[in-house]
Ligand binder design. Structure first.
Ligand code: NAD
Length: 487
């Protein structure tokens, strides 16, 4: 075991097949957000640490790109098996460092493993195309070839799934990889690396370098890095996109969100209540697909809000590893203060606070905050426009579905939006006209799946090729077209 599971360890980087101490002296504490205890120290790797990792990845590239595609696929089959053998252990680790419930941890892990399954199909995914007779006696063919060293920079809220959107596909394509996990949830990524090592990844093909801002900047600037995959908050995504592009890298930067949920009077309200509570308060609202604005048609607004308040009153809040718990803590005390700050802003802006999470009974230890519901917000209020990333639901009342769609389309973000209705015509209008990339029809969280791209729009995404699906294969490869005439 590369990382001893003692109480407070300083994590090591994984470079060239070795677990090594970062040269940088600085580190950050990693907490169990359900107890407030420090469970590890994460090194804040320096440019020198980054250089070692990127050079190790660059050195491994030539041999890996020459490894037959079926062997690269087999690594993914073995990895899937190892991940499944360690499934419960990984889920417990996600809960321990993130705070989400075990069921939520299992769900993200399943979604992550689906990407590994998808990557195991690399022999067909990476196939090129041919066309005879593009001229007289002339044929053309297109190949996909790996880029070289690819980098992944991750947020804290899906410690397993988001790294797994990146490295399995990049590696299966024949690239080598340097992962920079979130400094707030680095333990799961470390374990994912140990398990990939167990599955037999060759030294240097996959590397982990822990750290924060300085580490990221060194990765963006490194001349041997070809492509950067980023997932995180909108301001940082915009910065990564600009900076990495200025260094000539290929970039995909998935950013923040403000997701709307339209409810029409013909919706199944029992089902819709459960779906909204799960979407808005699941993972304590810390999901980029979390529903955070309830767009209630005026004839159903009182009814749905009454149900939501009643359900929120009964929501079981506590440590994610306790049976029956439905909502865990926020990631840090500082983040909880920020979310509370938004509740105060909502009150000051004149929205009606109909359920106040600050007064909910929560465990004393840990970074807990109850669910909050506002009614009577207008679309210009900050609580209706800005990403809060906590369990706060803001309600805007509208007269019909068209006004609801128009509201979605005013948002600066376009990650996702959902509608609850039994009307095919309303659902079709929503599907056709809503300016967001991931839509749900009677689905509270239209979560990304491995075979489709995760298509955030507007300020929720910077770049051209998205994560997952065929987009990811194109992102992690160069296309080469050969035109040939044989005389
Ligand atoms: P974050 O932006 O704070 O951090 C993301 C990564 O960027 C981390 O690895 C961090 O070390 C690094 N980083 C932070 N500040 C930096 C800086 N100034 N310069 C360079 N690197 C920096 O995000 P977070 O709080 O960890 O994650 C939550 C955010 O991620 C939310 O906004 C959420 O919506 C978003 N998110 C988006 C998606 C999506 O698919 N669109 C998915 C998950 C999370």
């Amino acid at each position: 075991m590369a990382q001893p599971q003692a109480d407070v360890i300083r994590l090591r980087n994984f470079i060239g097949g070795q677990w090594v101490e970062a040269e940088a002296a600085g580190s950050d504490p990693v907490y169990n957000p359900a107890t407030g205890e420090v469970i590890a120290q994460v090194p804040l790797s320096s440019a020198a640490d980054v250089d070692r990792a990127v050079k190790a990845a660059a050195a491994a590239f030539d041999a890996w790109r020459e490894t037959p595609v079926f062997k690269r696929a087999r690594l993914m089959f073995r990895y899937k098996q190892v991940l499944e053998e360690h499934f419960e252990e990984l889920a417990a680790l996600i809960t321990r460092e993130h705070g989400k419930t075990l069921d939520e941890a299992r769900a993200e892990l399943e979604r992550g493993i689906e990407v590994v399954e998808f990557a195991a199909g690399i022999p067909t995914l990476i196939m090129g195309k041919t066309l005879e007779l593009v001229g007289t006696g002339v044929d053309a063919e297109m190949y996909r070839q790996p880029l070289g060293v690819c980098v992944g920079i991750c947020p804290y809220n899906f410690p397993a799934m988001i790294p797994m959107w990146m490295f399995p596909l990049a590696i299966a394509c024949g690239n080598t990889f340097v992962l920079k996990p979130s400094e707030r949830t680095p333990l799961t990524a470390t374990r994912l690396a140990e398990l990939l090592e167990e599955a037999g990844v060759p030294a240097g093909v996959f590397n982990v370098v822990h750290g924060a801002r300085e580490t990221v900047d060194a990765l963006l600037a490194h001349e041997e890095v070809r492509a950067v995959s980023f997932v995180g908050s909108q301001p940082v995504a915009a910065y990564i996109y600009r900076t990495a592009a200025a260094y000539g890298k290929r970039v995909q930067a998935l950013a923040g969100a403000k997701n709307h949920m339209i409810v029409l009077p013909d919706a199944d309200l029992d089902y819709t209540t459960e779906a909204i509570v799960a979407s808005s308060f699941g993972s304590a609202g810390q999901r980029c697909m979390a529903g955070s604005v309830l767009v209630a048609q005026q004839d159903v607004a009182d009814n749905i809000l009454e149900r939501l308040v009643d359900r929120s009153n009964r929501l079981k809040i506590g440590p994610g590893d306790q049976p029956g718990v439905e909502m865990g803590p926020l990631i840090r005390d500082q983040h909880r203060e920020r979310v509370k700050g938004y509740i105060q802003i909502g009150e000051e802006e004149g929205a009606r606070l109909i359920f106040d999470g600050r007064k909910a009974p929560v465990p004393e230890r840990g970074f807990f905050l109850g669910p909050t519901i506002f009614d009577g917000a207008n679309p210009d209020m900050r609580i209706a426009r800005e990403e809060i990333f906590g369990p706060v639901l803001t309600t805007v009342r509208v007269k019909d579905v068209e006004e609801g769609i128009a509201l979605i389309n005013r948002s600066a973000y376009g990650n996702g939006a959902v509608i609850f209705t039994r009307s095919g015509a309303a659902a079709r209008a929503f599907r056709r006209h809503a300016k967001a990339g991931m839509l749900g029809i009677n689905v509270g969280v239209p979560a990304p799946v491995a075979v489709f791209p995760f298509t955030g729009w507007r300020n929720s995404f910077y770049g051209d090729l998205h994560a997952n699906g065929e987009d990811a294969i194109n992102f992690y490869t160069d296309r080469k077209v050969v035109t040939a005439r044989w005389l």
